[in-house]
Design a protein around this ligand. Structure first.
Ligand code: ZN
Length: 479
């Protein structure tokens, strides 16, 4: 070959290389797609708005030529691919965005009943109820686990995305209720002097501990060899040391001979009833006077500072005995001898102004056997019982009572009239004198009075008022 051809081929070869390299550089240069992020998290049920992106080819912005494919269902937790691509005959490229639809909201546990539950110390917790709800899974109550410890219940639950929550119910283990204690037998019992007193006991029940009758302790100082009014006290404590007590009054009565402990010369009167009304005059006293008038019965009224003068006047004019109870009926009259007599003089003045006559008959508030006076002055009753006699008075306690100020007065007693009547019947002694304590300020005493009278008359009792021939009736002095 001559040189001319060699030159020509050389040129052609270089030209071809040149053309090929131009084509090569166009066809193998990829567009540059730039995504803000490779991966994004989107909360379930929120809106997915896409992301920012750009695309360039040979420094030219081709963003608007980008094709986006794929979709995101934000109502379903999962991972979705979104593809950003550019396609042309020579230059193609694509990038993928991973979209994670996530649930990061904790479920909610709601408890039925109180968050703090009071219960007995050893009681077993019984589930009150609960519910669990999740924003994504819905009702997941069945997935709740509960763990009961001594002082709380812990409830836990996780949703399908692993979001977990827990809540507590506090168990306030406490017994602050006092037990209930009930006497077996009557709350007032009369026993004869020198007889045997056998106590019937009591039963006790606690809200947490159940029957605790066996834990009752009894203090019983009944001395049937001495006339007097005694109290038997039954006390009980539950395991949490809530303590309660109840008392029974036991009257040791000498129903055959002398019931008095002084030198009074009155005689015992078989089958005689002295109705004695304390604390009035009150709103029912006139009705009581009407009933007494109807049966021509004389009674004794131990009056106080309350009520109308005209009622005391009527008591006096209709032949009843006016006795002195107290002016104020406050316990602090037992603070001293002076304070007692100041009060007594006041009620004596009232009676004297109304009737023109002084009374020498006294009834101590609470009776001479009362122990409340101890907290005002130790030994005051021992002093006063002597001192009133030194000053010419005679005091009267009682040996029969209807319970109208205590046992029958309780709100739990529905038929107070029947209670009063029943106590009246039970407390009478056919072979002895009966000084009956009543209160003319009680409606049910007034209501039961006629039945009491009828019962007594049909059983051949006689009614009398206290006068100088009446033998004094004295309790055992306990202070
Ligand atoms: Zn009274």
């Amino acid at each position: 070959m001559d040189n001319k051809y060699i030159k020509y081929f050389k040129f052609l070869f270089i030209f071809c290389i040149f053309i090929i390299s131009i084509i090569y550089s166009f066809s193998f240069t990829k567009p540059d797609i730039i995504l803000d992020k490779d991966t994004i998290d989107v909360k379930v049920f929120s809106n997915y708005d896409g992301i920012n992106y750009k695309a360039y080819l040979y420094d030219k912005d081709i963003t608007d030529k980008i094709n986006i494919s794929g979709s995101v269902d934000t109502s379903k937790v999962g991972t979705y691919d979104i593809t950003y691509s550019y396609d042309s005959f020579l230059n193609s490229a694509s990038k993928v965005l991973k979209v994670n639809v996530i649930d990061d909201v904790k479920p909610v546990i709601s408890l039925d009943g109180d968050l703090k539950v009071k219960m007995c110390p050893h009681a077993e917790y019984k589930e009150i109820g609960y519910h669990a709800n999740d924003n994504y899974d819905g009702d997941i109550t069945s997935k709740v686990t509960s763990n009961i410890s001594d002082n709380k219940v812990t409830y836990s639950v996780s949703d399908s995305s692993g979001n977990s929550t827990s809540t507590e119910r506090i168990l306030n283990r406490i017994d602050d209720q006092i037990p209930s204690i009930v006497l077996k037998g009557d709350s007032v019992i009369n026993v004869n002097l020198n007889s045997t007193y056998s106590d019937e006991g009591a039963v006790a029940e606690d809200d947490c501990d159940g029957d605790i009758s066996s834990k009752i302790s009894v203090s019983n100082n009944v001395d049937t060899s001495k006339v007097g009014s005694y109290e038997v006290t039954y006390s009980v404590s539950d395991e949490s040391n809530n303590t309660t007590s109840i008392t029974r009054t036991v009257n040791v009565v000498d129903s055959s001979v002398n019931t008095s402990n002084n030198t009074d010369t009155g005689k015992n009167e078989s089958g005689v009833i002295y109705l004695t009304f304390d604390d009035g005059p009150g709103p029912y006293t006139n009705d009581i006077l009407d009933i007494l008038k109807k049966y021509d019965i004389k009674a004794t009224f131990f009056v106080t500072g309350i009520g109308s003068d005209s009622v005391i006047k009527r008591e006096y004019l209709e032949g009843h005995t006016i006795g002195l109870h107290t002016y104020t009926h406050k316990w602090d009259i037992y603070s001293s001898v002076d304070s007692y007599f100041n009060d007594l003089n006041e009620i004596q003045d009232r009676v004297y102004k109304i009737t023109g006559e002084k009374s020498k008959y006294i009834r101590f508030p609470g009776g001479s056997s009362n122990t409340i006076s101890k907290s005002y002055s130790i030994g005051i009753m021992s002093t006063l019982t002597k001192e009133v006699e030194n000053r010419g008075y005679k005091y009267f306690d009682w040996n029969a009572e209807v319970g109208d100020a205590d046992t029958c007065a309780k709100s739990s007693v529905t038929n107070k009239e029947a209670c009063v009547l029943n106590n009246f019947k039970k407390s009478l002694y056919k072979n002895g004198t009966n000084v009956v304590l009543l209160h003319d300020i009680k409606s049910y005493t007034k209501n039961a009075l006629e039945d009491m009278i009828k019962y007594a008359l049909s059983n051949n009792y006689k009614f009398k008022k206290i006068d100088d021939n009446t033998k004094t009736m004295h309790h055992h002095v306990n202070n």
